[in-house]
Design a protein around this ligand. Sequence first.
Ligand SMILES: [Zn+2]
Length: 423
Amino acid sequence: MKFVYPEHHLVKNGTLTNCQICNSAKMNLILDLGNQPLCDSLLSKEMLHSPEITYPLRMLWCQDCCLAQLDYCVDGADVYHPDYPYRTGITRELVEYLKSMSDSLISKYNLTNNDLVVDIGSNDGTLLSGFKEKGIKIIGVEPTNISKIANEKNIETFQEFFTNDVANNIKSKHGTASLILATNMFAHMATIGEVVSGIETLLKDDGVFVFENHYLLDVIQGGQFDTIYHEHLRTYSLKSLIKLFSYYDLTVTDVERGSRYGGNIRVHVTKGKDKPVSENVSLLLKLEDESGLYDLKTYEKFAERVKKAKTDFMNFILTVKKEGKTIVGNSCPGRCVTLLNYYGVDSDLLPFIAEQPTSLKLNMFLPGKQIPIVNNEILLEQQPDYVVLLAWHYAKPIMEQLKERGLKSNFIIPLPDLTILEN
Ligand SMILES: [Zn+2]
């Protein structure tokens, strides 16, 4: 069955002039981060000898629906290449977080072994395993090779991009879903119309779609410009999401805020119209308005703060170098590619980035700046004067773990404002 959705909900590759949700042309340039490489296309040693592809990276803001968005869409096949290196199950904090998410949803929606839960962008199946343990039926959809890890763990996973056709296929084999999930992918895909229409197709009546993503209010208040990269085509406000689902037979019925990704939003969307809506929705809309999220001046202030954080960091790192002290990076989340490329930090300034021994990024090089990514054992051997926490949104647990292991270095938290913590 063909599903007709608004033409602009299929975001075309290349330069965009109109809003991805409401098609308005009233788009304001907030921040220009220059041309940058894809943050999850890490370089192998051999690739250091070849040219690198970069794409424009700019943040625009639609004054009609309050969606922050990129003005350049890279082909999804290039972004989510089969060797995409992100794996959920290796971050301990994330595994615990996803377990609490499945527990909370099972209880909120009274899920039993008659229910089917589908996770879009299911990665290695970590979130679904929380439902499986309780006997609930599960299906994952994951376009990258990481789906193989899930299938090996007996989490049935289709290695595909989610579309309305894939939704129809799952529906004919397994029936309709009570719950569809999408964590950290719903801001990413160009095929909004395919994904949302697929969700509408696959959900049972009154079924719920729950997704989580970074949230515009947190990005703006937290000066988190490093959440802007090509994968994040959109940064949602609640206002923009209500506009998005108004085009479909779906209603935003509840919303929660959390701390993941340095501040996120969990949105509950129920199939059908005229559904009961939690007061959380009107309260958050009010907060967005009172916080200036619907006012261009707020975004201008955000851009000023970002530029100051850059100047402060560069002054600091150059001073450290002049004094002959050592400074290195720790953790290589996708967002640090934006930060280091925008700041202009290369391996002369930051000789390496340390990663945990299980990371798929080990022995690769940072796109754009070619900084080597190495096993974090090196931190303990070298005890550098300063360690920059590039996964600064998880600064506290990371500092605790490293100190427990015997690290004596001082810590640098780069955002929202440069902070130096003496150890
Ligand atoms: Zn808009």
